[in-house]
Write a protein that binds this ligand. Sequence first.
Ligand code: PLP
Ligand code: TYF
Length: 394
Amino acid sequence: MFDSLKPQPADKILALMSAYKADPRTDKIDLGVGVYKDASGNTPVMRAVKEAERRILADQTTKAYTGLAGDPAYADAMIDLILAGSVPRARVAAVATPGGTGAIRQALELIKLASPDATAWLSNPTWPNHPSIINYLGMKSATYRYFDEATRGVDFAGLMEDLAEVAEGDVVLLHGCCHNPTGANPTPEQWDDIVELLKAKGAMPFVDIAYQGFGDGLAADAAATRLIAGAFDEVLIAASCSKNFGIYRERTGLLMAIGRDDEQVAQAQATLAFLNRQNYSFPPDHGARIVTTILTDPALRADWEAELEETRLGMLSLRQQLADELRQQSNSDRFDFLANHRGMFSRLGTSPEKVEVLRSEHGIYMVGDSRMNIAGLNAQTVPLLAKAIIAAGI
Ligand code: PLP
Ligand code: TYF
């Protein structure tokens, strides 16, 4: 049986992680996988997470199964964090999932069950797991233009032109904030236009929100998701707690399905619970319990928000420092886009060959499409990266 297994394509981001580990150079710089790192290169456990875990350890009286949808208190707290009343709670069906990836997978399975012929539209580029899971499930997909190679901003005219081709009942996958891999995001006015177009086309938005609090702040980063939630009869939202709570390995996510009326919401809720059961029965609970503990305790929540804000401002300041340094070293403003991007990533916009030169000659690791994890930098390495970028002729 196993002899017939074929090699599967590797995840380029995870392969880069291994290559970095194996590199013996001591001055190497890791701008690869999307994990937040502080100035010393550590991925810390957040203070509020530590305290929540301490309380759970002290107070938890059972580890019996939760429910197929996970703990309802977790769904309530997350729906409030992300949607903040932009749509009545009664219109939201939700299940806990193993990470944001689990939510994406369940959302796609739900789409496949409900509408097997629907096309899922993906930004070009997008997070590689989006097309990978869609292809694995044998679903139809198409891409819409997203990144302007010249300005390194959103190719808004291209995006609108491509989304004008969306058919009624198609699904359009949108990054709620902090686009991965480019770092380029639509303006609030552009979001209004996207919503208007998709409504006119009768398409269903599917929002992937994995970096709330990493861009312009918790509320600003959820603004597009809230706008969409309030504007359509049906919406899917896949949320991840991996980054903003720093609980990557706890596998903590939530899938929301917003429906038109009670009947639709009840059917969506039952289907989501069914899908959890088919795949893994009960979703993991530890990460969800940490998140619920933090979000429902005012002092813990304030401390989490404060630490998240420090994290966000640290990344913004690294962006500004890098843009300033490159302005000086290149004697031009052609890298100013780095300060305008938001979230953990920026796409530098150079060839795989030049990315390879950065790796082989300077020990700087970024994804082959020239995506850099800004959090992999610190005040000392920013000038080194700028120097290498100029030396490589980028
Ligand atoms: N969506 C995007 C765009 C991401 O970058 C990530 C990355 O981690 C996820 C979803 C889901 O992450 P996880 O499954 O670790 O929660
Ligand atoms: O894009 C990233 O780097 C993060 C982490 O299969 C990640 O989203 C990368 C690849 C993967 C799962 C998570």
